[in-house]
Design a protein around this ligand. Structure first.
Ligand code: PLP
Length: 457
């Protein structure tokens, strides 16, 4: 190990914690199309959203300010784990024999092991400030639910989570984590809501989906004036809260004299990807750098690469406003791949808009290639990634191997947005040769797209 390099870890002092979130919207050549009321097909106003969200978050959702101050109470909590470290992946580079330099921003150091508390903490804060007593939400594998349960416990809010049935049955540890933080967790579909009862009537053994769990959580919050609803991805304010990732990463790369040539992130609803890339898109639009920006999604749930760009519901029962986004159709139920956080039928309107503007590109990768990449990463870098960012790592490895062929010394940046220590069942499935790639069915896609509401252009 005589050639052991000097610097693996690039840290920022606590006093370099970002004090503002970045809103990419005012820097774009055109704003994203607004959410529409499903009845009137007119843009939704603050009053339409007020039953679910506090005014501070509604203002952020529609804001045209470039920067929004992070409340000091939120900064104080961020400092429990932020600024997060960035690592140079020397071990992985050496194993690949690539001249590329690979950097990863590690969000797994947060209290729940992912980037999600970057937004659950401010969401709980603004709700508590507005006098809300209880927050409802959905969760798939449980990363978002545990992040919101953690944040609610800090601000004395009740937290009620509808968890996708398949994960509730198969992955008890995240549920136990949510309950330990004081949340109540229901298997979705549940008999507690009209939406849930409808899906249970169709199939009493229903294994659920994120879209159904959203319907249940929204329904309960809309009916209780003391309750609010929190969403872990997709919305503008969520992506904005995540920009602390990219702001820190910009500074960390600059501190070692690097400018990225390629930035890669995994996309489920688009929040860790937006959080990492938006500050770099700002720098790109200002002419200070020109990285390729690449989203990576699962082959089994390819909303950007195979979905259509149109108005659709954010949930399955059709209770949310219509969002202009890349969608597979709100009825689409993706195959049960291990990356539960990437199994959502739509994509953030903001990410979808950037894709339409040509400011980023997207690819999809099957899960066996992703886990092969993750195992190579674990054996060379020492961290077992969450199933979701294995997609980004597989794309990094593809790009690094291409550099090996061409001899290009590209600088590659990615977000390792969570660790996989509560997802070891997925690794067991891979390690024992049982993991399969799920074929995507164009027929299922066509059927799901047929139910998307028709909105005149
Ligand atoms: C929730 C989650 C995702 C998917 O959500 P995005 O909004 O696309 O980031 C990805 N990775 C991890 C670790 C998650 O918890």
């Amino acid at each position: 190990m005589a050639d052991l390099p000097r610097r693996h870890k690039i840290v920022l002092d606590e006093d370099r914690l970002p004090t503002r979130w970045y809103n990419v919207v005012p820097d774009l050549p055109s704003p994203p199309p607004p959410p529409l009321h499903p009845g009137t097909l007119q843009p939704v106003g603050p009053d339409d959203l007020a039953p679910l969200f506090p005014m501070a978050l509604i203002e952020q959702e529609v804001s045209s300010e470039r920067f929004i101050d992070i409340p000091v109470e939120v900064q104080d909590i961020y400092r429990l784990w932020r600024p997060t470290p960035m690592f140079r992946a020397w071990g992985l580079e050496r194993a690949l024999g690539t001249p590329a330099r690979i950097y990863y921003k590690y969000e797994g150091v947060s209290p729940v092991g992912s980037h999600k508390p970057n937004t659950s903490v401010p969401q709980a804060f603004y709700n508590a400030q507005a006098g809300v007593k209880r927050l409802t939400t959905e969760t798939g594998a449980g990363q978002w639910g545990s992040a919101l349960a953690f944040a609610c416990s800090l601000f004395g809010l009740e937290c009620e989570v509808w968890q996708v049935g398949a994960s509730y049955d198969q992955k008890p540890y995240r549920r136990i984590m949510m309950e330990t933080f004081g949340a109540r967790v229901h298997r979705s579909p549940s008999d507690l809501t009209e939406s849930g009862r409808r899906f249970l009537a169709e199939n009493p053994e229903h294994t659920g989906s994120l879209g159904i769990a959203i319907s249940e959580a929204v329904e309960v919050a809309a009916q209780d004036p003391t309750a609010g609803y929190a969403l872990g991805s997709v919305l503008n304010h969520v992506l904005m809260h995540q920009t602390v990732i990219g702001e820190e990463a910009l500074e960390q790369l600059a501190s070692v004299g690097e400018t990225p040539d390629l930035i890669v992130g995994c996309t489920g609803g688009g929040s860790n990807f937006g959080g990492l890339t938006f500050p770099f898109i700002r720098e790109t639009l200002a002419g200070r750098m020109a990285p390729v920006i690449r989203a990576v999604e699962p082959e089994a749930c390819p909303s950007l690469t195979k979905g259509t760009y149109q108005y659709d519901f954010g949930d399955t029962a059709g209770l949310t406003p219509l969002l202009k986004m890349h969608t597979l159709g709100h009825d689409f139920v993706p195959d049960p791949i291990h990356a539960g956080g990437l199994r959502y039928h739509g994509m953030a309107p903001l990410t979808s808009h950037l894709y339409e503007l040509g400011l980023m590109e997207a690819i999809s990768i099957g899960q066996t290639e992703c886990f092969a990449a993750a195992v190579q990463f674990a054996r060379t870098e020492g961290i077992i990634p969450a199933p979701e960012p294995t997609h980004a790592l597989a794309a990094c490895i593809r790009a690094a191997l291409q550099c090996k062929e061409t001899g290009e010394e590209k600088v590659i940046l990615t977000a390792l947005c969570g660790h996989g220590y509560l997802d070891l069942g997925a690794y067991d499935s891979y390690n024992t040769g049982q993991m399969v790639d799920r074929a995507f069915s164009d027929d299922d896609l066509a059927a799901a797209l047929a139910s998307v509401p028709k909105v005149p252009a």
